[in-house]
Design a protein around this ligand. Structure first.
Ligand code: ADP
Length: 510
């Protein structure tokens, strides 16, 4: 048996004999991870039914993807529940544990797993995992990049849009394809883990987000901590030393701390001398690697922490510290994360549409000078407190342009600390930004909210902003008559798109 073969336990045997001796499974949610779970369960020989109350057009897409699998499906806005007579339930992360009959399944002692847990019981690779309110995708991508550069064959997936179940399926076809896995893990996925264990697990930060689903901040925080629950002293817990909440809670694994301020005994930090910043890795109290920040393609202070965390993840799998830190230099992030669109009339326009909670917006503002930012924010309210934006907005924002459903709520929390104007559309936001921004300023779309009130997802929102900014400067006359005086005007967001409990939404995740 080759090295790679060990990576995949023959699914039929695992599921049939050692997991639960099961015959049938119900998959709740026909999004990415539901479909991947259905495929995996079918590969294991189970009878599978997929259930989702998704919109008709989404249901058609899911149906096409399920065709030929031999699975049954019950899809559509009024689809009746397929009942409780299944040996195993798989709940997609997009489905609240309070929906689609899941509470009844729990009460009836039916095994209920998430797709991540299911895949983790099948795939036998060393895993590193990252969670946090912000930076998960960046750090997971970076850790996989580093591992690949140091000669490993990482699977990159999880919450990123490539479910871990896909790893099992790919290994079945090509057993040597991966020798480790880097998983982005959301708080929703962590709700349904029980045996999942990572060799290195990171929590980057925890600030309020998704409280509409988690109820309160403490449950959200404790939910994230479950990433460490099955680790022991031979594993690594990679934690942000600058976050009070992440310093004091206990865990069994060895701590790799990262900080933008102070050197940890074992971890990474940013050394500052004058204007020069250098990322350093300390292993067992000794400096093991050092690279000047200017050599990294990533920009933004928050990305310094992201690099250190990703290096920690790679080190937990045995990577050499110097090679790992150097390998991070040429990595850059995908669009809509503090992405510079361009400079127009001396103003730098940034698209940070991926900032879907106040923590990410604060991180973005942190990179700019006082009173230099025209901030465009607002969108679908997730029940968050925008008060955390008060200090950075007061210090950094020249003007606040608010749109979407949350506009009034944000204004209520920040009223009086920066001039505020409500706008009904992204077009108006771009036009107004071009009017109020002064030479040398930054115009920043960093919404602190989800996008679903006016857009399909954060990408569409970011692209709309980019298009409107370019349109303004291609047609300067479009600015005629635009005034910030409409600041008392009530926002007129587009009618919210009605959503049912469905796992098919794209992009913005826990
Ligand atoms: P996630 O996958 O957790 O949503 P991303 O890497 O996609 O994280 O980044 C989401 C948003 O958060 C972007 O606006 C990005 O600029 C910002 N961000 C990235 N890393 C951090 C961090 N460590 N702290 C705060 N904000 C961050």
């Amino acid at each position: 048996m080759g090295e790679g073969r060990k990576a995949f336990s023959p699914l039929g045997r695992v599921v049939k004999m050692s997991l639960f001796n099961l015959n049938s499974a119900l998959v709740l949610g026909a999004g990415e991870s539901g479909i991947a779970a259905a495929k995996l369960l079918r590969a294991g020989g189970l009878e599978v039914t997929v259930y989702d109350q998704m919109r008709p057009e989404e249901a058609r897409g899911a149906q096409e993807r399920l065709q030929g699998l031999g699975a049954k499906w019950v899809l559509g806005p009024d689809a009746p529940h397929p009942g409780y007579f299944f040996d195993l339930w798989i709940v997609s992360p997009g489905v609240p544990l309070t929906a689609m009959g899941a509470p009844e399944a729990f009460r009836s002692q039916i095994p209920v797993l998430g797709e991540l847990e299911l895949a983790a019981r099948v795939v036998n690779l060393p895993v590193v995992a990252v969670t946090g309110t912000n930076g998960k995708t960046t750090v997971a991508g970076l850790a996989a990049h580093i591992l690949a550069q140091v000669g490993r064959r990482p699977f990159l997936g999880g919450n990123i849009g490539n479910p871990y179940a896909n790893c099992a399926l790919e290994l079945q076809a090509d057993p040597g394809r991966y020798d480790c896995a880097v998983l982005e893990v959301s708080s929703f996925q962590l709700e349904t883990v029980s045996k999942f264990r990572a060799k290195g697990a990171a929590i980057l930060n925890v600030t309020p987000d998704h409280l509409d689903r988690h109820g309160d901040f403490l449950s959200y925080f404790h939910g994230k901590w479950r990433i460490f629950q099955n680790q022991d002293a031979t594993d690594w817990a990679i934690l942000n030393d600058d976050e009070y909440l992440l310093v004091h809670k206990s865990h069994k694994a060895r701590r790799f701390g990262f900080s933008l301020k102070e050197a940890p005994a074992h971890g990474g930090y940013v050394h500052r001398k004058g204007a020069k910043e250098t990322l350093k890795i300390i292993v067992d109290g000794k400096e093991a690697a050092s690279v000047p920040w200017e050599e990294f393609a990533l920009k933004g202070r928050h990305n310094q922490g992201n690099v250190l965390a990703a290096v920690g993840l790679a080190l937990s799998l045995g990577a050499d510290p110097r090679k790992a830190l150097e390998a991070a230099r040429d990595f850059s992030v995908d669009d809509h994360r503090l992405q510079l669109i361009g400079e127009f009339d001396g103003v730098s326009y940034y698209d940070d549409s991926k900032a879907t909670n106040p923590g990410a917006t604060i991180a973005a503002l942190d990179n700019f000078k006082d009173k230099s930012v025209v901030l465009i924010a607002g969108g679908r309210d997730k029940g968050l407190d925008y008060g955390a934006l008060l200090a950075p907005v007061t210090a950094k924002a020249r003007h606040l342009i608010l749109l979407g459903e949350a506009a009034r709520t944000i204004a209520r929390d920040l009223q009086g600390f920066a001039p505020i104007t409500f706008v009904p559309s992204m077009r108006d936001a771009a036009v107004l930004a071009s009017v109020v921004a002064k030479k040398g300023d930054v115009a920043l779309l960093s919404p602190a909210c989800a996008s679903f009130d006016m857009f399909a997802n954060y990408k569409e929102r970011g692209l709309a902003f980019q298009k409107e900014v370019r349109r303004v400067f291609a047609n300067p006359e479009s600015r005629a008559g635009a005034e910030p005086e409409g600041r008392a005007a009530a926002p007129r967001p587009a009618a919210p798109k009605k959503r049912r409990a469905s796992a098919a939404r794209g992009g913005e995740k826990g």
